[in-house]
Design a protein around this ligand. Sequence first.
Ligand SMILES: *[C@@H]1O[C@H](CO)[C@@H](O)[C@H](O)[C@H]1NC(C)=O
Length: 424
Amino acid sequence: MRTAIHLVFGALAGPAVAMPIVEQRQGSSTVQCAPIPSPFPTWQQFPAQKSLPDPFLPLKYMTTDNAGGSSTFVNDIMTGKGQGRIKTKEEWYQCRQPEILQMLQEYQFGYYPDHSQEKVEATRSGTTVNIAVTASGKTGKFRATVTLPSGASASKPAPVVINIGGMQNQPYLSAGIAVAQFDYTSVAPDSNSKKGAFWDIYSGRDIGTLTAWAWGFHRTLDGINMTVPEIDASRVGVTGCSRLGKAALAAGLFDTRITVTMPMSSGVQGLGPYRYHGLSGQDETLENSKSGAGWWSNSKLGTFVNHHENLPFDAHTIAAAIAPRALVADQGTGDQFTDSKGTAIVMYPAAKAVYDWLGVGDKLGLSIRSGGHCDNSGYTSVLPFVQKVFFGTATTKDYTSTGSLGAPMTSAFPWTTASPPKTA
Ligand SMILES: *[C@@H]1O[C@H](CO)[C@@H](O)[C@H](O)[C@H]1NC(C)=O
């Protein structure tokens, strides 16, 4: 989040009016950030965008309030010709990435609890880690289990993949990677009933269950760090499939300690785009995900139902906000439940444009395999990518290939070619 902000007055390109500009100084470089709109705009203030929103355009410049009567405004912002587009890596990391994190909490995830106000206690008994989190006088408790690879010790600690809902453990253990798991229902059930450790502390808050599960990943990592010296808590993967894949993505988004984020078959509210939702199989949409499991997100996302083209972000924006950390998206070609094609040919190349521009293109992987929804083969499919991140092990597998799903749909992200910002 933003730090060391002070207001100065100046003018950006455009009308010569005094407007507050957030200025940040880091070392010798000075970066001026467009202020994050406060309050955040409503869906009506955003124009409908049929293609994926330009991730380089600050929110302030995305609203129709900024159109100034221009008849080409919508086309301009969709094609990378928006006013105020960020141009340097410093602007990305100091301005736009923090803005995206706030925007996503506002419009989808709900506000992640302030961890600095939490006290975490953990005890270990064999393979079980008991975790207790206390904040504002309330305590929530849950358990995680840890399986260590042979040879892991305090002097030779192993990296870990934390999962919810189960995964294919053995190939990971054989590769020298520990596996940890917690029962997600003990953190927050997949329903409107506000039970479990998270809601024992945060009842009444407008926070989505995906965020509650993300919090479970993070507190599990805290507990592991405190009690399992055989695990190296600085090399951490997070995974889960389907709705739990959406949660794994949230876990990677909200904690920079996560080294590699591995959402499997994640669909909308994961790495499946809201736009271009019906490209393969069953059509999971904002509308049916919100009506079927409205608790996954906050209530604000519901205001975009039937207006998903007014969302100022899409799945590629979530992926891009994780850069420069590693992210690998699993999808099966036979998956009837999530939008494998949209994830592969729309979301992935759009997010990759940002990763490439930041100089970390190799950190964003796409893992297309045969098989269906949550097929265990997804875990072996992404394993070489994970080994490369954890151990630097070279792999010949191509994690940029869209496989049989087709070529990248360039019309979905015209801003990549129209006017790419110069690299810093
Ligand atoms: C583990 O705990 C130590 C001591 O509190 C802390 O400095 C470190 O940042 C923690 N590491 C992780 C990955 O949480």
